[in-house]
Design a binder for this molecule. Structure first.
Ligand SMILES: [Fe+2]
Ligand SMILES: [Fe+2]
Length: 472
């Protein structure tokens, strides 16, 4: 029942063949997508065979198949998680009603905006990562990069399906626009800030997959609760793929930490730069940067939009159905950190407009779990250093902290103090140049760049020295 029809030009489990209009719309969009992929997708490697996984079912057990694929021939398609029988809306004003199979007329504009905003991040990250292939630290890492890239491409397909299937002509126009905006382009930028930042090196990339893809997890998880059932089912399947992106980040940063600690211990030195590795203070700066720009993605602490999305039963909380409250939140409050004159203070606020902050809190707790694992590696090497998450007010551009300067410990600073100290907290041009100098490709089987340890195991039971990408 969950199997995917691969005889179709567009693999899908939504019965696309029975909807001629939609099929035609998507078949018209398909060559534009491929043109976009060729134009701003991974630079080079388009004729290279890569050991990739492709979704072949939405069954949580055994949903993917592995094999060599040339990226432009990847079977991008439309896969929704199986419908939950008799599902009812779990939250908001429509709580308890049967879920919607069509877009409620009064929420059309809002829902379209939510889908477009999510959809825009997917091609953006592919654009941000397009030059990384040239400087891969190993074939294993190169393969993982391309796996993430093709899946972000598929996530774009997922959102375009919703737009084309449920939003008529407006939806089709939005689908085109998703291929026209470009990450970092001043004239037609991507919608959200973090998706216009550069990902110029592999340290940035690993931090991006840890912190920014994790924002994706939390956004998708709250949309997976939506009363609009096709959106909920789409997001539920996207989360299956998203887990791999965060795995790349968590294990990738962990392997950098591991390598650095080995060199520190064996060379009895803190100065691992002379061995061509990333010192822990530099890693902390990259962490600070990617964490803070990812915190911005959750939006303002107090947000009428967030309240409306929830009241309209369009976007829920993380793990909405596991929570024990009235799922309407009209009378509830939530503690929110805010700027109060010269101090940062936690105050109870009405819960509905605080939903962005609540999702950010869930995210922060999840981020900390990876740091705990990285810090364990450091401790196991007998090294006295701890990676930390900066205060939520540090280096923010969105929300109540956008206009103030705050240290990673949460101390308010003058502009002058910030100017002096920021090089200790964020990557300086010298740090960036140093990291860039390490970005030399390593493409022999089983070999790894000196700044990163090999992974504990290979992909899909294959050995670490497997030919994950056939470069010859
Ligand atoms: Fe994605
Ligand atoms: Fe992702």
């Amino acid at each position: 029942m969950a199997s995917i029809d691969y005889t179709e030009r567009i693999p899908n489990n939504v019965g696309l063949g029975e909807d001629r209009r939609l099929q035609r719309a998507l078949e018209e969009w398909q060559p534009k997508f491929i043109a976009w992929w060729q134009d701003v997708g991974p630079h080079g490697f388009q004729a290279t065979e890569v050991y990739l996984r492709t979704a072949v079912s939405v069954d949580p057990q055994g949903w993917a198949q592995f094999g060599y694929v040339r990226m432009p021939e990847y079977r991008w398609g439309i896969f929704l998680a199986e419908p939950e029988p008799a599902r009812v809306i779990p939250f908001g004003d429509h709580k308890g009603q049967p879920v919607w199979q069509d877009v409620p007329g009064e929420y059309r504009g809002v829902l379209r905006r939510l889908i477009v905003t999510q959809g825009d991040t997917e091609p953006a990250s592919v654009e941000q990562q397009r030059h990384l292939g040239r400087t891969c630290p190993s074939l294993y890492d190169l393969r993982n990069l391309f796996q993430v890239n093709v899946e972000e491409g598929r996530h774009l397909w997922a959102m375009v399906y919703l737009l084309d299937a449920y939003f008529g002509r407006d939806g089709r126009e939005e689908s085109e626009a998703l291929l026209e905006r470009r990450s970092g382009d001043p004239d037609k930028p991507r919608i959200l800030g973090a998706f216009n930042e550069k990902t110029p090196d592999w340290i940035s990339y690993l931090m991006f997959t840890y912190f920014t893809d994790r924002d994706g997890k939390y956004q998708l998880a709250s949309l997976a609760e939506s009363g609009f059932d096709p959106l909920a089912r789409t997001c539920r399947f996207m989360l299956t793929e998203e887990a791999h992106h965060m795995f790349v980040g968590e294990t990738g940063v962990g392997r950098v930490v591991q390598r650095t600690c080995e060199l520190m211990r064996d060379g009895r030195t803190d100065d691992v730069r002379k061995h061509g590795a990333i010192d822990l203070p530099t890693l902390q700066k990259y962490l600070n940067f990617h964490y803070s720009v990812s915190l911005d993605l959750f939006g303002s602490e107090i947000s009428t939009n967030a309240a409306n999305f929830y009241a309209m039963s369009l976007k829920g909380r993380f793990e909405e159905t596991k929570k024990n409250d009235d799922h309407r939140l009209q009378h509830a409050t939530y503690p929110v950190t805010q700027l109060d004159g010269e101090t940062l203070r936690v105050r109870e606020h009405p819960a509905l407009p605080s939903l962005n902050e609540r999702l950010r809190d869930d995210y922060i707790a999840d981020c900390q779990r990876g740091l705990d694992r990285w810090n364990r590696i450091i401790r196991e090497h007998g090294i006295d250093f701890e990676l930390t998450l900066a205060h939520r007010a540090f280096h923010r551009k969105i929300g109540t902290f956008a206009d103030v300067r705050v240290s990673p410990e949460g101390r308010l600073l003058t502009e002058a103090e910030w100017g002096v100290k920021k090089r200790e907290w964020l990557p300086s041009p010298e740090d960036e140049a140093y990291v860039q100098s390490l970005m030399q490709p390593v493409t022999e089987r089983g070999q790894f760049a000196n700044w990163i340890a090999p992974p504990a195991r290979g992909v899909n039971g294959q050995p670490v020295d497997f030919e994950y990408v056939r470069l010859a």
